[in-house]
Design a binder for this molecule. Structure first.
Ligand SMILES: Cc1cc2nc3c(=O)[nH]c(=O)nc-3n(C[C@H](O)[C@H](O)[C@H](O)COP(=O)(O)O)c2cc1C
Length: 237
């Protein structure tokens, strides 16, 4: 299984350790790792080129293009971030902003509809839900077929000192999610079909209506037409 993991900090702390545990649960993993802010050290400058140009360039293509290629390459995308002030880290938000044009309501990458995703977060206390959902929002709106969440209140800053009870609960969750991902991955490989989440299906239907009837951004509408998604074609089939 091809895995691209984006770490929301360069700190190899608790969040990194949990991601590593998940990755090592797959016997056949090929992995691409991206660390933030190292691999994307620029804020979105609101040039709007990604929304308005047909070939969606970015002021930071030097960084964004290779990341996009690694996301498209993967069968499984993992986004991680510790909780900073109740939210994702600033550098993870910067990455998500650079891929807003890949949202369903604009020009989603066709292959996303057959990929799976995991979002991972840790916090001192049980306040990781918002952070997980901030990353899940992007994976869902990129069209990723299934997205799983792993959140842990570590009550520590070093994984070695985290209580065994908390560690074991996290490991059990990792194994459960890993088994589900492997099963779905094999099914997609075998049949070539995916079964998207309700949220993806709902937003695909809303976006299809927008592109077919409202055509607010002609570039997006033309893209949807070229994929025949405004007709009967569907990217998960
Ligand atoms: C700048 C900063 C802000 C933080 N904000 C919160 C917070 O709002 N709530 C919380 O429970 N922990 C917060 N923490 C603690 C981290 O979320 C926690 O230690 C996390 O496990 C660190 O992940 P890491 O080991 O992967 O770096 C914060 C830590 C930092 C450095």
């Amino acid at each position: 299984m091809k895995i691209t993991v984006v770490y929301g900090t360069e700190r190899k702390g608790c969040t990194y350790t949990i991601a590593q545990k998940l990755i090592s649960s797959f016997s056949d993993a090929q992995v691409n790792e991206l660390f933030l802010p190292k691999d994307l050290p620029e804020f979105c400058v609101s040039c709007f080129k990604c929304f308005t140009e047909e070939h969606a360039s970015c002021a930071h293509d030097k960084y964004v293009k290779p990341i996009r290629e690694k996301l498209i390459w993967a069968d499984l995308i993992i986004l991680t971030s510790p909780v900073y002030s109740f939210h994702v880290t600033g550098q993870m938000k910067v990455l998500l902003d650079h891929f807003a044009n890949m949202w369903l309501v604009h020009r989603p990458e066709e292959s996303m509809f057959k990929k799976q995703g995991v979002v991972i977060s840790t916090a001192s206390g049980p306040v990781y839900a918002k952070t997980l959902n901030e990353m899940k929002d992007s994976l869902d709106f990129w069209g990723v077929t299934r997205v799983y969440k792993i959140g842990t209140a570590v009550m520590e800053t070093d994984w070695e000192r985290v209580k065994p009870k908390i560690k074991n609960k996290t490991y059990a969750k990792i194994l459960k999610i890993s088994a589900k991902i492997s099963k779905t991955y094999l099914r997609i490989q075998r049949t070539g079909r995916a079964f998207p989440s309700f949220r993806v299906l709902k937003w695909f239907a809303i976006s299809r209506f927008m592109q077919k009837r409202l055509r607010l951004n002609p570039i997006d509408a033309l893209y949807w037409e070229s994929k025949e998604w405004t007709g009967k074609n569907r990217p998960w089939k």
